[in-house]
Structure formats: C-alpha cells, structure tokens
Design a protein around this ligand. Structure first.
Ligand code: MLT
Length: 266
C-alpha cells in the first residue's frame, strides 16, 4: 500500500464486517511480531497489521522523517482501507504511535491497547542512548544492532531457554534496513510527550506490561493507568518487553477479554 509517498507492507485478515483492530509493532521489528495475535483475532475481527516505514518490508521513504510521519501513516492506512474507527493496539514504539494518534485523531479510535509502552517523551539520557545506537548502526549495521538489542528486548528466561523466540526477534531486526532503524531512532528522540493528555482519554483502554520488561517496566504502565479514566491493567508474569511474543496465551487472553467487553456501537 502506498501511503504518504512510502510503500508499506500491510497484512489484513478476518471478516470485513468485523470490528477493525490495528496492530502497531515495536522497534525495530515488524508485523511478524503480531503473528500469535493475528491468529487469535482473525476468526472474529478485521485485523490490520503493517510494517512501519523503514521496518521489515516497508520502505523508509525519501529523506528525513519525523515521529509524526508514523502517525500520518496510520491515518493513511485506515483511510485507504476505509476504516472509520479502529481498536488501536500498540506495543512499545507502536504504543507511542497509538497514543499520539489517539490524541490527534480521537474520532478514529474506538479503543486503545497499550502494551509495554509509556507516554513520556525521551529525556536527555534516552536521547544520548539513541545517539549511541546510531554509532552502533554505522559501525555494524542491523546485525550489530540486533545483537545489542536482544539483551533488553527479551527476558533473561527467554534469552537463555527460548532459542526460537530469540531467532525470531533477531530475524525481524536484521530484516530492518539500517536507514529505517536510524530514522526511527531520530524520530523517537523527537516525539512529543502524551502524558498530559492521558486523563482526557474517553475510550476504553487496556494497559499491558511484561513483569520483567526492562525497557518500559510495569511502573511506566501503572503510571499511565493512574491517569487514564477507567483503564484496565494486566501484568504478564515472567514476560519481558515483548510480552505478546513471550507469553502469547496470557497476552491473548487479556486482549480477547478486553475486545469482547467493548460496547457494541460502531
Ligand atoms: C520498542 O520496543 O519499540 C523500543 O524499545 C522503544 C524505544 O526504544 O523507546
């Protein structure tokens, strides 16, 4: 799908008449992250997943881009598919996009699922870490970036005992072009802070976090829950940052339960 001058890899499945659910992956991964959720949802929901620009099979586009471009891309995907309102599910960077999209395009959001993410923008330490990531990319490309990211993306348990999960995550990162990873680092460093808007959210919200998430720990999730009216919190025991991949059964149970409880209105 060509959106905002970029070719995006988009996967849609499930009944056209089903409630639309859009899945936004984390950094630097791809729509494959959501395979366990796509399988669980597509029997009943209209599922849309895509590789963010510069990730997986989606091109990075011409020249520099801002975090807001990820938000424009989501709007473009929904417009192209003629989806008026969707449940927006975002993990980590996908959660940053979901939050900013809901702030900017409130009418297009039916409900929000925020997994292993936070509303705060990057502080100075995080910005300097992004600069370190750019150095690493220049020196060793996506392969070196994958090696260093795995340690923080996955729990110790998964790193030690789940070689298939490690291989899947490594494969997704290595499939991202260095230009896309670098673009995302710069874009994320420049994103806005959505914390001040959380208390104005007027749609149902589920917040999920892996107990062992080292990047956006449960404390970040709980801080959002304390501000979002009526939001629900589910912690995934033992899981790391990619809680949907480390424990798909627990993640899907929470997600399906939340979706089943949404009001019937379109
Ligand atoms: C992600 O998983 O999307 C990243 O860890 C987010 C970030 O680097 O801030």
């Amino acid at each position: 799908m060509r959106v905002n001058g970029v070719d995006l890899e988009v996967r849609t499945s499930g009944p056209e008449a089903g409630v639309p659910v859009v899945l936004l992956h984390g950094f630097p991964l791809g729509l494959e992250l959501w395979e366990p959720q796509i399988a669980a949802l597509e029997g009943r929901y209209r599922v849309v997943a895509y590789d963010a620009r510069g990730h997986g099979k989606s091109g990075p586009g011409e020249g520099p881009f801002a975090f807001e471009d990820y938000v424009d891309d989501l709007l473009g995907v929904l417009d192209t598919l003629i989806i008026e309102r969707a449940v927006v599910v975002g993990l980590s960077m996908g959660g940053y996009v979901a939050l900013r999209f809901a702030e900017r395009e409130a009418k297009r959001v039916r409900a929000l699922v925020l997994a292993d993410t936070k509303s705060d923008a990057d502080g100075d330490a995080a910005k300097l870490k992004r600069a370190g990531g750019l150095r690493l990319l220049r020196a060793g490309g996506s392969k070196a970036f994958a090696e260093s990211s795995l340690r923080t993306l996955l729990s110790h348990e998964a790193l030690q005992g789940r070689p298939e999960v490690v291989a899947k995550v490594r494969g997704m990162i290595e499939a991202c072009p260095a230009a896309g990873i670098g673009g995302a680092l710069v874009a994320m460093a420049g994103r806005t802070d959505t914390t001040g808007w959380l208390e104005k959210i007027a749609v149902p919200v589920l917040v999920l976090a892996g107990e062992k998430d080292a990047l956006t720990p449960p404390s970040d999730a709980k801080a959002m829950v304390a501000r979002i009216p009526g939001s629900r919190y589910v912690e995934i025991p033992r899981a790391g940052h990619l809680s949907n991949l480390e424990d798909p059964a627990a993640f899907n149970e929470a997600l399906l339960g939340f979706l089943a409880g949404l009001p019937a209105t379109k």
